[in-house]
Design a protein around this ligand. Structure first.
Ligand code: MG
Length: 229
């Protein structure tokens, strides 16, 4: 490795699979606050920020007020309910973790998060799956309706002094890849969510993986890949 790299990870379907615990707890929080059952049933979660997801559910449920107005109460209710949902839904850490994170850190990379999760939800999920100690901060779902703003915030916080071309963004959806490219970063797709390697490649991913079970090879590629070389 010639220059220090920063590697930013998405959470859901990239680092871990919660078995739908996030959506489950969000539905319960929405019902408790607004008296609407299944408020997120028709809402697409994949690759979206939690603020965008909340906005969609408010619109769909015809609830007055902006997502920013409702966010405080919603996040505290969601955070109270999420631990129980994480226990009920049997999820798991995805292949290659935490080994990939250890290898990147040992090679001198900065490791952070670029996640659509509200920061409180991110913390609870990562603590539950014993991955919380690996990350030096990041960008989170309360930052914006737009994922590219989340990636920009993560770069500002974690990649201080790193050039955008030495920032690597790892995620499981075309939204992760688009957000990486918008910020001039390297986009890495992993097909452990709802999108195939082909779909991630079509969205512009520089590198794609079926999963990170070969964590040594993955670490090498994340640390050395140069766009256009
Ligand atoms: Mg994801």
């Amino acid at each position: 490795m010639t220059r220090p790299r920063t590697v930013l990870f998405d959470i859901d379907n990239t680092l871990l699979y919660t078995g739908g615990a996030g959506g489950h707890a969000m539905n319960r929080a929405f019902a408790e606050l607004f008296g609407v059952d299944d408020g997120f049933r028709k809402i697409e979660f994949s690759g979206r920020t939690d603020l965008f997801i909340l906005q969609s559910a408010l619109k769909h449920g015809e609830i007055d007020g902006s997502p920013h107005e409702h966010m405080g109460a919603f996040v505290s209710t969601y955070a109270r309910l999420l631990p129980e949902s994480l226990v009920q839904r049997q999820g798991h850490v995805l292949p290659g973790f935490p080994q990939l994170l250890d290898l990147l850190r040992e090679a001198g990379a900065q490791i952070g998060l670029a996640t659509g999760n509200f920061s409180e939800g991110a913390r609870l999920k990562l603590e539950f799956y014993e991955l919380a100690g690996h990350f030096a901060g990041g960008g989170f779902g309360e930052v914006s309706l737009e994922r590219s703003d989340v990636v920009a915030a993560a770069i500002r916080e974690v990649a201080d002094g790193t050039q955008p071309e030495d920032v690597v963004v790892v995620g499981d959806t075309p939204h992760d890849i688009t957000a990486a490219l918008t910020n001039g970063a390297i986009g890495v797709g992993v097909a452990t969510g709802n999108y195939s390697v082909e779909e991630l490649r079509e969205s512009g991913a520089h590198i794609t993986f079926e999963d990170f079970s070969d964590h040594e090879s993955a670490a090498e590629q994340l640390l050395t890949f140069e766009p256009g070389v």
